[in-house]
Structures are given as C-alpha cells and as structure tokens.
Design a binder for this molecule. Structure first.
Ligand code: SAM
Length: 288
C-alpha cells in the first residue's frame, strides 16, 4: 500500500481518456444553473510536472498528452478533444506542455461559484502536496479535502444537498481489495442517490478482478434500473503487460450527449495514440 504515485502516470493515455470523459460530464451537468457537487474519491497530488520528478522518469506522457497535442496541431479534432486540450493547455504557457493537471485541478478550475468539490486522498505524502496545490487556487474555498478512505465515506456524502452530483472514482487498484470495495461503495451510493452520475475508471488487465469489473458494474446498475455507458481505449496489444496498454471508464447515469461525443473522439484518439496495429476502442451503452 502507498507505493502508487500518480505522477508516474500523469498525462498517459489512461489520463487522457479519464479526463476527457470527466470534462464532458461536468460541462453537461453545468448546463443547468443548480449547484453541482463533485466528489473525486481518489485525488492524487492534484497537478504534476512533466519535466522533472516521477513523470520525467516514466515518460508516459510522451505516448499520451504529447502525442495528442502534436496530433491536434496538424489535424482537426472533435469538440471533446479540443475542450480537453484547452483544460490542459490553460495550466501551461505558450502551448508548451510542462505541467499536467490531475483530476482535482481540472475539476476545481471548472467550478462555478455555486459548485462544490470534495477530494479524498489517503497517501500521507500526496495529501500534503494536494492541500498545498489546492491552496494556490482561487477556487480553494469551494474545495474540501479529506485524508480519509473514500470507499468508506462515500455513502455519507450522497445525495448532496442540491441532489445534483458527479462522483469520479479513480482507484489505483494497488490493493486487490479495491475491486470489492468499489462494488460495495457503488451499491451503497446508488441505494442512497440513484440519480447521481458515477464515473469509474478501470485498467484493462488480464487479471480476473480487472476483467470482470465492467460486468460487476453492469449488474449493479441493472439492479438499480440505471443506464450505463462503457468506454475502453486500447493503444497497444503487446503480448506481455509490462505497462498499461488499455483502460476504461464505466459511467452510470451518463448524459445522452456522451456517446455521440465519444464516437467522434475515439477514432481520433486511436489515430493520435496507437502504438501498433492492436489499438482499438470499445463503446457500449444501455438505456434503462
Ligand atoms: N484521480 C487522479 C487524477 O486523475 O489525477 C489520480 C488518482 S490515483 C489513480 C489514485 C489515488 O488514490 C492515489 O493517490 C492513492 O494514494 C489514493 N487512494 C488509494 N486508496 C484510497 C482510498 N481508499 N481513499 C482515498 N484515496 C485513496
């Protein structure tokens, strides 16, 4: 436990998929003026340097955000990709990407004055960095930070007072138990707040718990009569899983606009990020 540091993966293909979906969800939910509560259950450090520290060692951004931003310089991109790139570029100067904002920063910057953001982080070092990073933002007063286990706390935070909420669940799955904790947390949260929008990130790995995660989510959504959308992006299909080659997002109560936006964006993400012939995407949905 606590060997995971998100800086190693900042700006990777998995971050691109997750943050692209997340931005669409926030912007859709903000089309109505009512206050929105966003809960980011696994926050990380908030924002990352890509030119020093862990990210400079792993260089995952080279095959992620750097390839996508290069692609966008010479190709027309979907509005979803354009919005996403705008969020990333706004943390940088002169179109030169040296900083990658994590979910807490992207979300905080998107807050309107009536919205609130709740961040959870358990790592003893990451929580201090996160608190410091968020304190630099003008939106800091709209953000609550908890050094607590979000799987245990989520049910106590839903429904939010305005009954308009987005829950981003982005575990590291470092602890095998995270798969079970996720099932329980979603089950309990849907029981209390069936109309909330839940966005769950997952790695596509051959290990059993990972491969069965989408089916678990589908079963839970069906038992609460909820619609869902599943999206996966595979950038590589090499025989050994030395590094993460694919990831997915499972969204419960997705906005009707998401599927269309992803259908436009995914082929472009494949063109921009593919490492070999095995790159592909999956996009499935079910309306309850
Ligand atoms: N959401 C972040 C982003 O997109 O920028 C990345 C988060 S990273 C994948 C997962 C984080 O969750 C790690 O920093 C880890 O320390 C933290 N974490 C792990 N288990 C947790 C738990 N039960 N509650 C809260 N945070 C947890």
């Amino acid at each position: 436990m606590f060997s995971y540091r998100h800086a190693f993966h900042a700006g990777s293909h998995a971050d691109i998929l997750k943050h692209l979906v997340m931005i669409h969800l926030v912007q859709y939910l903000q089309e109505k003026p009512g206050a929105l509560t966003i809960i980011d259950t696994h926050a990380g450090a908030g924002i990352y340097s890509l030119i020093d520290g862990f990210a400079a060692v792993s260089k995952e951004a080279d095959q992620g955000i750097y390839r996508l931003s290069q692609f966008a310089k010479s190709n027309a991109v979907s509005s979803g990709i354009a919005n996403y790139l705008e969020c990333i570029l706004s943390e940088n100067t002169d179109n030169d990407i040296t900083i990658y904002p994590g979910s807490p920063f992207i979300l905080a910057r998107l807050l309107r004055t009536q919205d609130r953001l709740k961040l959870f982080e358990l790592h003893p070092k990451e929580i201090d960095i996160l608190r410091h990073n968020i304190s630099q933002l003008k939106q800091a007063k709209q953000v609550d930070i908890y050094a607590e286990d979000s799987f245990a706390r989520l049910k106590g935070l839903v429904p939010p007072p305005s009954r308009r909420g987005l829950v981003l669940i982005d575990p590291s799955y470092e602890d095998k138990q995270d798969y079970r904790y996720l099932d329980n947390a979603i089950e309990e949260a849907l029981h209390r707040f069936a109309t909330g929008c839940y966005a769950i990130w997952y790695p596509c790995l051959s290990r059993r718990e990972s491969a069965s995660l989408p089916d678990h989510m589908k079963k839970i959504a069906a038992s609460h009569k909820r619609s869902w959308l599943q999206v996966e992006l595979r950038v590589e299909n090499a025989p050994k899983e030395r590094r993460l080659q694919a990831s997915g997002m499972f969204i419960i109560n997705p906005p009707w606009t998401l599927e269309k936006q992803l259908a436009e964006s995914l082929p472009m993400l494949i063109m921009a990020l593919a490492q070999g012939d095995g790159a592909k995407y999956l996009l499935k949905s079910f309306e309850a």
